[in-house]
Design a protein around this ligand. Structure first.
Ligand SMILES: [Zn+2]
Length: 198
């Protein structure tokens, strides 16, 4: 789209403090994305920090699904490791920006021709029936997924119980494969990283 006008402004990054030139373009048909006075006044991140923030967000969501960013990868995993009745799996729910994990066990490994996986209990939102991609049968686009077991999560369930909420830092430690001694659970049932003793 044609750029009709460009304004620039020297700004100081709100994260790293570096000085950088912010630009805003006025596009044909669309106009300014925001009022020029607002653009000049608004503090923002430098391009490097913007990229870092995007990377951090991607890392966070990858950790939250225990590395299973791809539904097809889950499907492939269950193809190579067909779940058996009684096998432990994990339901992950991300309602309202929380990271909740429920220890479940396979009840019916291959339900109907779709080979859906039925587990012994469901999450509040997603139910207990899942496609082999881990998507919830009743809410395939919902924020609830069935995931393969994970060695660190398995230890956490054993130590802290079958329904856990994890902080972003704790999830990063899970993905690094840290041992149970790195984690603690507070009175609200949230698992976080153990704070170093003063
Ligand atoms: Zn910066």
């Amino acid at each position: 789209m044609e750029v009709l006008e460009t304004i620039t402004r020297e700004k100081e990054c709100i994260r790293c403090g570096a000085t950088f030139t912010a630009t805003m373009e006025k596009l044909a048909l669309l106009g300014w994305p925001e009022r020029p006075s607002e653009f000049k006044r608004r503090k923002e991140h430098c391009p490097d920090c913007k990229q870092k923030l995007r990377d951090e967000m991607a890392e966070k969501s990858k950790n939250a699904v225990l590395g299973w960013t791809d539904f097809d990868a889950v499907k492939e995993h269950f193809k190579e490791n067909p779940p058996q009745k009684g096998d432990p799996l994990i339901i992950a729910s991300f309602q309202y920006h929380t990271n909740e994990y429920l220890r479940v066990y396979v009840e019916v490994p291959e339900h109907t021709r779709q080979k859906r996986i039925i587990v012994n209990r469901g999450s509040t939102y997603g139910g207990s029936s899942f496609y082999r991609s881990g998507q919830s049968t009743y809410h395939p686009k919902g924020q609830t997924r069935l995931l393969p077991d994970h060695p660190v999560m398995s230890e956490l369930f054993k130590a802290f119980g079958g329904r856990l909420s994890l902080t972003d830092d704790a999830l990063a430690a899970v993905s690094r494969g840290e041992g149970i001694e790195s984690f603690e659970k507070d009175r609200l049932g949230v698992v976080s990283l153990k704070k170093p003793k003063p």
